[in-house]
Design a protein around this ligand. Sequence first.
Ligand code: C2E
Ligand code: MG
Ligand code: MG
Ligand code: MG
Length: 287
Amino acid sequence: SADTSMYKAKELGRNNIQFFRPDMKEEILNKIQMESLLLKAYENKEFFIEYQPQFNAEDHHIRGFEALIRWDSPHYGRVAPMNFIPLAEEMGLIIGIGHWVLLTACHKFKELDMRFDQNLCVSVNVSAVQMRDKNFVDTVKNVLSETSMDPRQLELEITESLFIDNIEETIDMLNEIKALNVRISLDDFGTGFSSLSYLRRLPIDTLKIDKSFIDDLSDQDSSIRIVGDIISLGHNLDAHIVAEGIENSTQLDYLKANNCDCIQGFMFGKPMSVKDMEALLQKNPLK
Ligand code: C2E
Ligand code: MG
Ligand code: MG
Ligand code: MG
C-alpha cells in the first residue's frame, strides 16, 4: 500500500524514491515488531552490561574496563548491539538507554573503586544521537554527582560520526565535558571522517585504533601496516592509544614494538559479567 511504501522510502532517506516490493512488507513488520519489543525491553529491564578489560601494553596491568550493553530478549534471544543500537537511535530511545548504561556503569565503578582502590577507568560508549541531546552535559554532571564517581575515572567513547555536522558546536560541547574532568576517547579511529586539520582541535585523551587495522597486522601479506603511523600520530596529539580487537601474539608484538599504550581484545579477556570482573580484580591486586 502507499502508506507502507512511504515508510520504507523515508527510512532510506529523503531523496530516495523506492517502489514497494512484496518482500518489503515482511521487513517492515519485522522492524515494527523489533521497535515494540525494544520499548518493552527497556521497561522490562532486559538490558545488562558486560565489561571487557583493558590492559597496559607494557606491564599487562589492568587499566580499566569498557562497558558493553547486552540485550537478552525473551523473543529473539541475545541480540548484538549492532542489531539494535541503530534502531534505538532512530527511535530516540538511545537517550534513555544511554543514560541507564552511564548510570549503571558509574555506580558499579564507584563501588569497585571503594572495594579494590585500583584507580580503574570505565569507558562508556556514547551514541552521537545521545550526545546531540541538549541535556547531555547535565546528564553526565548528574550521574557523577549521584554516584560520587571520580570524573577522572570515567571515559566517554565517541565516534567520528559525531563530527559530520556542527563541528564547532560539537567541539564546544566536548570542551564542557572536559571541564568536568571526564576523559574523552575517539572510538573506531581510522574508519570515519576525521580530517587531520580538526583532529588537533578535539579535546581527545584517547584514540582507539579500530579492530580492522589490528586484523591487518596478522595478515602476513599485508603490505600497508599503518598502525605504527596511527600510534605516532596519536602520540603527537598527546593522546593515549588503545588498540582494540587483539586476538594473537603477532598483533601484540607489533603493537608493543610500536609503543601502543593499552590493549583490549579476546586474547586477554572477553566482555564479562560483573561477577567475573570482580573475580578478576580479586585475583589481580595491583597495589
Ligand atoms: P565498540 O565500542 O568498538 O566495542 C568493541 C566491540 O568489539 C565489542 O563488540 C567487543 O565485544 C568486540 N571485541 C573486543 N575485542 C574483540 C576481539 O578480540 N575480537 C572480536 N571479534 N571482537 C572483539 P560488541 O559488544 O558487540 O559491541 C559492538 C558495538 O556496539 C560497540 O563497538 C559499540 O559501537 C556499540 N555498543 C556497545 N555497547 C554500547 C552502549 O552501551 N551504547 C552505545 N551507544 N553503543 C554501544
Ligand atoms: Mg580513586
Ligand atoms: Mg567502544
Ligand atoms: Mg571500537
